[in-house]
Ligand binder design. Structure first.
Ligand SMILES: Cc1cc2nc3c(=O)[nH]c(=O)nc-3n(C[C@H](O)[C@H](O)[C@H](O)COP(=O)(O)OP(=O)(O)OC[C@H]3O[C@@H](n4cnc5c(N)ncnc54)[C@H](O)[C@@H]3O)c2cc1C
Length: 269
């Protein structure tokens, strides 16, 4: 009911709709997905990883850490590194897949006692992208963070940080004049959406996988399409009769020389 409280008693010129939409806490989702496999997710510098092709044209992975060298042969290697897929494709020199990024200049503002709310401001022209989309998060000090995207972020690409923040401040003042943001901590950053380029630089309609030799490259395209991606990956593994193998030996060798990966902090932390 956050939204009802945020707008209660406020006179708004226009219509306010409550959408049957949901917001995912991505940090919590990541923790949940990683939980059962944490000991198998290692942090290895990309400069320490090499790919080589064997006689049957399959790729294997070579990890060189200090004095230790670990070679991993796998029936299937899956690249699911988001924007990082491009470098992996280049490193392996696989040919069949083109990548693209579509940048966004996101803004956030945080302050004590800022109300939490989740809003698409559509504006008058009902374009497909809302003028601004705001979701609420919490930083490590317990302050509310308003994270702002939508048209603001798309149009902000190429703008200097100061200009982008000023535009966002003006928008927030105009849309929510009853909220005092003068002591808010504002910041912005550019981040890329990364996908396969299969649609003349437009966003693909669905999750996408490409396979070449024993490498599969995977992008969900959108987080909401991750279940579709999982179906595509599992179908492909099944059609190639690839099943899980015992990775215990590689895992214990890696555990001796590499650190288990950690999750990164949010931009506002
Ligand atoms: C600002 C923004 C807003 C978005 N909003 C939405 C939304 O509202 N709804 C929606 O459905 N989708 C949204 N998306 C898209 C969604 O975030 C992505 O589709 C999704 O995160 C892709 O998941 P992924 O795991 O494939 O890649 P990522 O989430 O990018 O994760 C890839 C991981 O691989 C790591 N990595 C990179 N290179 C390597 C390497 N060589 N080796 C090992 N690891 C590597 C990276 O550090 C990263 O942790 C948004 C994207 C952005 C940028």
């Amino acid at each position: 009911m956050t939204i009802r409280i945020f707008f209660s008693g406020i006179n708004i010129d226009g219509s306010l709709y409550r959408l049957p939409d949901f917001v995912i806490d991505t940090a919590a989702l990541l923790e949940k997905l990683a939980e059962p496999v944490w000991p198998r997710i290692f942090q290895i510098d990309e400069n320490n990883i090499d790919f080589s092709k064997n006689d049957s044209s399959n790729y294997s992975v070579c990890i060189q850490l200090d004095e230790s060298r670990i070679d991993i042969s796998a029936a299937q290697i899956i690249f699911c590194a988001g924007e990082g897929n491009a470098a992996l494709i280049e490193q392996t020199a696989i040919q069949t897949i083109d990548t693209q990024v579509r940048p966004l200049h996101m803004v956030y503002m945080k302050k004590q006692n800022l109300p939490r709310m989740f809003v698409h401001y559509v504006g008058d022209d009902f374009s497909l992208t809302p003028k601004v989309t705001i979701t609420s998060h919490q930083d490590k000090q317990g302050q509310t963070v308003w994270y702002m995207g939508g048209d603001l972020a798309e149009e902000g690409v190429g703008k200097a940080k100061e200009e982008q923040i000023e535009i966002a401040q003006e928008l927030v003042r105009r849309l929510f004049p009853w909220i005092d943001t003068s002591d808010g901590e504002w910041n912005s950053f550019v981040i890329n959406r990364a996908e396969a380029n299969i649609n003349n630089n437009y966003r693909p309609d669905d999750a996408f996988i490409a396979t070449e030799s024993n490498i599969m490259v995977a992008w969900p395209t959108k987080l909401t399409l991750t279940p579709s991606l999982a179906d595509k990956v599992l179908d492909t593994l099944q059609s190639k009769s690839v099943s899980a193998a015992d990775s215990g030996e590689a895992q214990s060798m890696l555990a001796d020389v590499a650190k288990v990966a950690e999750t990164a902090n949010a931009y506002w932390d």
